[in-house]
Design a protein around this ligand. Structure first.
Ligand SMILES: Nc1ncnc2c1ncn2[C@@H]1O[C@H](COP(=O)(O)OP(=O)(O)O)[C@@H](O)[C@H]1O
Ligand SMILES: [Mg+2]
Length: 195
């Protein structure tokens, strides 16, 4: 399956958040409604908030904590907790595809094995992982400066920093654009309608 251009999404919703805590909370709300087999593709420059959002997803899914940036570990699996908010719910598989140049390299890490029992979240996954599922939720995070969005960095534009951290912890607004593809995402989740 080749990647459907983002312009061909079934629906699109842009949400603006003011703080890292709000980004986390939005992730947590979405994590409450995700299902096994869901594929989420996260795009956004270094420090945009991809990992912060994924930490929220993990909380909403009720998986074992410790979602950290997987920069040096390509894949982390967070098992669902029996005493969490969604006992028996999906595990979280968190992937950083930044250093994986192609769909072929993605196939080498065998995400197919965990897809069916998990929610799979891929940072830098655009145009690399779409073939894993007939449906996906594409999530694009922008820093919002002076009321307008800064262009989202692409992997081709380069990610100079070696370490995946941002020394500036000050809260800044972000625009988060959600786009649905495939039968699973034929309609936007309700939590986005009220966000
Ligand atoms: N509105 C916001 N949403 C998310 N993160 C924010 C926001 N405002 C400030 N931040 C800060 O930006 C950084 C985002 O880092 P991270 O989530 O690791 O980004 P990425 O994974 O995209 O590189 C964190 O230090 C976080 O505290
Ligand atoms: Mg990250």
């Amino acid at each position: 399956m080749s990647a459907t251009p983002v312009s061909e999404a079934i629906w699109e919703r842009a949400v603006t958040v003011a703080t890292a805590e709000q980004t986390h909370a939005l992730g947590s709300a979405l994590g409450g409604v995700l299902e096994r087999g869901d594929l989420l593709v996260l795009t956004g420059e270094l420090g945009a908030g991809k990992t912060t959002f994924t930490q929220g997803l993990g909380e909403g899914l009720g998986v074992r904590a410790g979602v950290i940036s997987p920069t040096f570990v390509l894949v982390r699996i967070h098992p669902n907790l029996p005493n969490g908010p969604r006992p028996g719910g999906p595990d979280l598989v968190h992937v950083d595809a930044y250093r994986l140049a192609s769909a072929a390299e993605i196939d080498d890490i065998d995400l197919e094995n965990t897809m069916d029992s998990s929610v799979t979240v891929v940072e830098w996954g655009r145009e690399r992982v779409e073939h894993l599922s007939d449906s996906r939720l594409d999530i694009e995070m922008h820093r919002t400066v002076g009321g307008s969005d800064v262009a989202v960095a692409t992997p081709e534009a380069g990610q100079d920093a070696v370490l995946d951290f941002d020394p500036e912890d000050d809260d800044e607004p972000r625009t988060i654009v959600f786009r649905g593809f495939g039968p699973r995402w034929s309609a936007a989740p309700e939590i986005l309608e009220n966000a």
